[in-house]
Write a protein that binds this ligand. Structure first.
Ligand code: HAM
Length: 418
């Protein structure tokens, strides 16, 4: 394979140290906070039946129509790499007992979308997401938005903008669709080719078209809430009233509809100016997905971890990632010493001492260099002489002082030193 072939696929990344330490810190903080809010973790499979997503997100959405990694397995079933987390979690909840319909679940993991890669847009990316099932009311929506802001603040991202809107109830969909079509019909020729198709199949999608011509037209459209009934407006008003006292400043973004068909009522996005064109750190909303057994209603959000890492890194506020230095480096002279030292290393690690050793049978000089590189304050040296005398040499790497110790004394000394 040439250099190019040794790279991951386009839009995918190998995550390595030291950056991975930052990811772990962020994930740990998320787990701690989500536990305080009573969430439990769920790990759904990365592969699902394709119809789990086509059915939930909607056939005409960009993700389903253009971006799914979908293929047939050996049994001829159409399966795909999950493009998002909500549909799989709802599949689980729909198949579970009544307690599942009252649960609070979170997930952390990779998602896959065959998008055109660019800054902030990957083909494999990672989300931290939450879903709340049970209370179908504005209080749950407000708690979910406030939780999201709380989590971003925990990560050191207080200066984000929260945009909210409502998609209304299922019965509002027809008046909204009719209203938008009526307003757009006189401008059909000015719409981009995609939006002319969207006009018939899913006119709501024209609201998030990125083409400048369509954006200008969309800005002049009536707000979709003007086509909605009283119940939808009341729900949305309540959510907005609840946010202020919870410390969230949210601005209403009347064109925000989000990219999936499962949304009803409240939808929101949190953006950050440091991100440029792909400025959404996270998004969420209330939704209903009906897999046939029973319709499941929930509210949730997902945060894009690559974008969080990008903002923290650009701001220089990412916590510094330092690997823990070794406590001991073990040097073995000869094969018999390697064998014995592997046992010693195991004993030290069982006692919580981070230790390393060379398995390459290299000479003393090379192993001493490795010991220096490891940053360990102590080196243990054993060769045939030490084995014959049942001792080890303990070397203080700072002063260079050496002493011969019996194995039990060595273990006591190093364990005490940590
Ligand atoms: P989404 O808006 O499609 O929503 O994705 C949520 C976040 O994932 C985005 O705001 C962004 O930060 C990140 N993201 C999405 N696509 C990419 C990409 N190609 N590269 C890098 N980051 C990306 C959902 O996925 C919904 N399931 C959220 C939800 C949960 N709604 C209700 N519950």
């Amino acid at each position: 394979m040439d250099r190019q072939q040794l790279q991951p696929l386009q839009g995918m990344t190998d995550l390595t140290a030291p950056e991975i330490a930052l990811w772990q810190t962020l994930e740990e903080k998320a787990r701690r906070l989500l536990d305080l809010y009573g969430f439990e973790e769920i790990r759904t499979p990365v592969l699902e039946r394709t119809d789990v997503f086509t059915h939930s997100l909607g056939e005409t959405t960009d993700v389903v129509s253009k971006e799914m990694y979908s293929f047939h397995d050996q049994g001829g079933r159409e399966i795909c790499l999950r493009p998002e987390g909500t549909a799989g979690v709802v599949r689980h909840v729909a198949g579970g007992g009544p307690e599942a319909l009252e649960s609070r679940l979170f997930y952390i993991g990779p998602m896959f979308r065959a998008e055109k890669p660019q800054a902030g847009r990957k083909r494999q990316f990672h989300q931290v997401g939450v879903e709340i099932f049970g209370p179908a009311n504005p209080y749950a929506d407000a708690e979910c938005i406030a939780l999201q802001a709380h989590l971003l603040a925990e990560w050191g991202l207080a200066d984000c903008a929260v945009h909210v809107n409502t998609r209304g109830l299922p019965e509002d969909q027809k008046p909204v669709t009719d209203g938008l079509r009526d307003a757009l019909r006189p401008h059909m020729n000015e719409l981009c080719e995609d939006c002319r198709r969207r006009f018939d199949v899913n006119v709501l999608r024209t609201l998030d078209c990125k083409q400048p011509g369509c954006r200008t037209l969309v800005e002049a459209l009536p707000e979709i809430t003007s086509f909605m009934g009283e119940a939808a407006r009341r729900h949305f008003g309540k959510v907005r009233d609840l946010l202020g006292p919870m410390g969230v400043t949210a601005s209403v973004q009347p064109r925000l509809v989000r990219g999936f068909d499962y949304y009803i009522h409240t939808v929101w996005e949190i953006t950050h100016t440091a991100l440029g064109a792909q400025d959404a750190l996270s998004g969420g909303g209330r939704y209903v997905i009906d897999f046939g057994k029973k319709a499941v209603e929930g509210v949730g959000f997902a945060i894009g971890m690559e974008r969080i890492v990008a903002v923290l890194t650009a701001a220089g506020t990412a916590p510094a990632a330092h690997a823990r230095p070794h406590g001991v480096w073990i040097i073995s002279l000869g094969e018999e010493a390697v064998r014995e030292n592997m046992v010693l290393a195991r004993q030290l690690r069982e006692k919580g001492v981070k230790c390393g050793m060379d398995l390459g049978m290299r000479g003393m000089k090379a192993q001493m260099r490795a010991a220096n590189r490891s940053g360990a304050p102590w080196a243990v040296i054993r060769g045939a002489d030490e084995l014959a005398k049942s001792v080890c040499v303990l070397k203080d790497m700072k002063t260079g002082d050496q002493a011969e110790l019996a194995l039990t004394d060595l273990l006591t000394r190093l364990t005490a030193a940590g």
